[in-house]
Write a protein that binds this ligand. Structure first.
Ligand code: PMP
Length: 463
């Protein structure tokens, strides 16, 4: 079979897939029985499957296709680079023009105190890099006891050893006996799910002070860093109350620990700024990046390093024994440059802030009136709906968490739109090029999906 086997019937593709392809984050036994949906092409915000259905990609792939699918100019840039220099490494005193140009570009886009990038191929690798970097930084600063990294329950930082450990997904920790030693988790700022006995503002401060308590308990002299996503994505688009980040900022100012803002989802315009930490007025010491860096056209990640950390790591004049064969890969760097050029030329970051972001948000929040929805929330171009069994008692969950979410997700796919379920939260993160008409289609489809889901849940005795 060739890579372009559009001529094969869906069933044949599904059978071959089931026989030989192990999917990420999947129950392979049930997936193989059911058969995967085969996506064969995409253009703009639209996916086409092997049955000819057009589906609105409400998740921008996996939160990454900022500029939309099918941008020939990125493919052309990669083609040109591959003909010139398809691969060379950046170890052992070598470099190449695309990685130089990309690094200069990223330094310009980042806040003033961040001027260097360490490259890798994914968000997980970026956080593995962070893990070693923060500990090595403190060694170099003559404080080798500062080793503990504080993350948050239900945070997501990837699925490698360090990524899984820094993240706070208990189901992931259970597979592989993680976290590794030296990681501590504090509660997340999830008002709807965990804080509704207080006002959102009170709860924001309360959740932030968990950091202060952890620092006091463990000892500031033992803590290397605090890592957090500006908005938790995979955890269910948890948008913290407005008081959360200002209180974290106060605590970090008083304590000598590094702040790592995981920008893998929130970076590159998702919140209407180049970086999510900027949206919340936070100054990060390290920023892991991936996804929107290339809009997913080729795999690339990195860690943006502040001058403070870069200078600290360089202090002893010793090698940082860390790097990947594909660190700064020329073709990926060319894809990233072409992608960033599109984002800039089309003003996509500003568009999220003052055009499509507010346009979609206004309509999205109205979905909060639906009888199945306990809360609708959105910031920038990332949002969630909390499905609840009893709108009058909205914080009471379904008797079995997750079943309603899966029904709603599958219904949404059937109605022509990708919407993901996390527990019973429905989440979206569409491409930044979404037009007003497409936003209208998105909201109308979600409304229909909620109606259909409501009927199914009634029929099956969930409500
Ligand atoms: N950090 C965050 C915030 C993420 O959302 C993700 C991926 N969803 C990662 C890290 C890991 O990135 P990757 O899947 O590219 O390894």
């Amino acid at each position: 079979m060739t890579a372009h086997s559009n001529i094969y019937p869906t069933k044949a593709l599904q059978d071959l897939d089931a026989a030989h392809h192990w999917h990420p984050f999947s129950d392979m036994k049930s997936l193989n029985k059911e058969g995967s949906r085969v996506i064969i092409r995409a253009d703009g915000v639209w996916l086409t499957d092997s049955e000819g259905n057009r589906i609105l990609d409400g998740m921008a792939g996996l939160w990454c296709v900022q500029v939309g699918h099918g941008r020939k100019e990125i493919a052309d840039a990669v083609y040109r680079q591959m003909n010139e220099l398809a691969y060379y490494n950046t170890f052992f005193k070598t470099t190449h023009p695309p990685v130089i140009a990309l690094s200069e570009k990223l330094a310009k886009l980042a806040p003033d105190h961040i001027n260097t990038v360490f490259y890798c191929s994914s968000g997980s690798e970026a956080n593995d890099t962070v893990f070693r970097m923060v500990r090595t930084y403190w060694d170099k600063m003559g404080k080798p006891d500062k080793k503990v990294i504080i993350g948050r329950w239900n945070g997501y930082h990837g699925s490698t050893l360090a990524g899984t450990s820094l993240g706070g997904m208990k189901g992931m920790h259970a597979q592989g006996d993680l976290p590794v030693p030296g990681v501590h988790h504090i509660d997340q700022p999830y008002w709807f799910g965990e804080g509704h006995e207080m006002s959102p503002d009170e709860f924001g401060v309360h959740a932030a002070r968990k950091l202060e308590q952890a620092i006091d308990e463990i000892g500031e002299d033992k803590i290397a860093a605090f890592i957090a996503e500006p908005i938790q994505g995979a955890g269910g688009v948890i948008i913290p109350p407005e008081t959360y980040w200002p209180e974290i900022r106060r605590i970090l100012k008083e304590r000598d620990i590094l702040f790592v803002s995981d920008e893998v989802i929130c970076g590159f315009g998702r919140l209407g700024e180049w970086f999510g930490s900027t949206h919340y007025g936070m100054e990060a010491d390290l920023m892991p990046i991936a996804k929107g860096l290339t809009s997913g056209y080729l795999p690339m990640g990195g860690v943006m390093v502040s001058d403070r950390v870069a200078e600290g790591l360089m202090l002893a004049g010793e090698e940082f024994y860390h790097g990947y064969t594909y660190s700064g890969h020329p073709a990926c760097a060319a894809a990233a440059l072409a992608n960033l050029e599109i984002i800039e030329r089309e003003g996509l970051v500003e568009r999220v802030k003052s055009d499509i972001g507010p346009y979609l948000k206004e309509r999205w929040l109205k979905l909060g009136d639906h009888p199945l929805v306990g809360e609708a929330r959105m910031t920038g171009l990332v949002g969630a709906l909390e499905l609840v069994p009893d709108k009058k008692n909205p914080h009471k969950p379904f008797r079995e968490v997750g079943a309603a979410g899966v029904i709603c997700r599958d219904t949404s796919f059937g109605n022509g739109m990708v919407m993901r379920a996390v527990r019973d939260s429905m989440i979206i993160s569409p491409p930044l090029v979404l037009t007003h008409e497409e936003a209208d289609f998105l909201v109308a489809t979600v409304e229909k999906t909620l109606d259909d889901t409501y009927r199914t849940l009634m029929r099956d005795g969930w409500l």
